[in-house]
Ligand binder design. Structure first.
Ligand code: MG
Length: 221
């Protein structure tokens, strides 16, 4: 089977929802903590656990913010429909938080998209974030990588779609990479093969080419 594993922030969305939440709700020191992630001191999962722990807002407040402010990248709905129609398995896997990913995708009326992301428990003292790998074990690193490895282990061909720093690991495990922004630059710098995208029209064209090739190879066997 062909699986498309797609990042969420800055990939499905235009702009980074996680950053927008931290800015909108005035989370203290988050930029310093983000810097510690960028410098490699913490994994993206550890960094999110640390940062969201300081955010004392309700689920409802964040959900309302997400519904009003999040912009979905052009033709994502069209691409999801293409996947459903051609038997391509689409999974959105994000090291962000499951509830805002679901709220965004749900607001588009797409309830059938598979989503894996961080769990958030809202407490009066902050948001408790946790991650589980596909086997259900708690992890604090390589969340997205664990899903690529899982899909591969089931014999699937995996296309990874992403944009950022936490996407290079999973991209290197995938069979095909469709990238923009920082991930595209990293792939370029490392001399690794990838296709570039700006909209999900582009993603759809790349995926259709890959799907056709697989189909042709199968029928020539
Ligand atoms: Mg991203």
């Amino acid at each position: 089977m062909l699986v498309v594993q797609c990042d969420f922030d800055d990939t499905v969305t235009v702009g980074n929802v996680s950053v927008a939440i931290r800015e909108a709700f005035d989370l203290e020191n988050w930029k310093e903590m983000e810097e510690e992630f960028v410098s490699g001191k913490y994994t993206v999962e550890e960094s999110n656990i640390r940062q969201y722990a300081g955010l004392t807002v309700s689920r409802q407040e964040i959900e309302e913010f997400v519904k009003g402010d999040v912009v979905v990248r052009y033709a994502f709905d069209e691409f999801a429909a293409y996947c459903a129609g051609t038997g391509v398995h689409l999974a959105v896997v994000s090291s962000g938080l499951e509830f805002y990913v679901s709220a965004t995708i749900g607001a588009m009326g797409m309830d059938g998209v598979e989503i894996h992301a961080g769990h958030a428990e809202f407490t009066p003292n902050g948001i408790r974030v946790s991650y589980e790998n596909p086997a259900g074990a708690p992890i604090t690193n390589a969340f997205k990588d664990s899903y690529v490895a899982h899909f591969k282990s089931q014999g699937n061909t995996v296309v990874f779609v992403g944009d950022g720093l936490s996407d290079l690991g999973p991209a290197r495990l995938a069979d095909h990479v469709i990238a923009r922004d920082g991930l595209a630059d990293d792939m370029e710098r490392l001399g690794l093969p990838y296709s570039r995208f700006e909209t999900f029209r582009d993603v759809g064209e790349h995926v259709e080419r890959i799907r056709k090739n697989l189909e042709d190879n199968d029928s020539n066997r």
